[in-house]
Design a protein around this ligand. Structure first.
Ligand SMILES: [Zn+2]
Ligand SMILES: [Zn+2]
Length: 139
């Protein structure tokens, strides 16, 4: 059986689990993630959608599709940002690392949309590759 990691929203209404391993993780500094999260952007892990299982609260998840951007899926009770990408469709799922209750065992590997950063968003000297907007799919 595959190892799994559990996730949930702030109110606990939505619970899900993901089969490891993640394909990758990325810092997204885009303006849409920034507005949605209220902080610099988001840190998302990518896994094939087939590895994601919503255990409860699927009916609480609302999906907002910003013009020109990927969807933001969140809990309608507490507002926690949970999923992105093309949720609930698409081959790959994009999941906010902050939603996990345990270590998802993946670390961010790159910075995306660095040209969209807020003036107060200083990039750390972490040696990770930086992309002005969307990274190439397999970078
Ligand atoms: Zn919630
Ligand atoms: Zn973003």
């Amino acid at each position: 059986m595959a190892e799994t990691v559990g996730g949930s929203c702030l109110c606990g209404g939505v619970q899900f689990e993901v089969e490891l391993p993640f394909t990758r993780a990325v810092y997204c500094h885009c303006s849409r993630c920034r507005k949605h999260s209220g902080t610099f952007g988001s840190i998302v892990g990518h896994v094939p959608m087939s590895q994601v299982h919503v255990l409860r609260g699927e009916e609480l998840i609302r999906v907002f599709e910003p013009p020109g951007g990927r969807v933001k899926a969140f809990c309608s009770v507490c507002g926690s940002s949970l999923f992105g990408g093309a949720w609930p469709n698409g081959e790959m799922a994009s999941i906010r690392l902050g939603a996990f209750d345990d270590d998802p065992q993946v670390r961010p590997m790159r910075h995306a949309y660095v040209d969209s950063r807020a003036p107060w968003d200083e990039l750390p000297d972490d040696g990770l590759p930086r992309y002005p907007d969307a990274p190439p799919p397999n970078a």
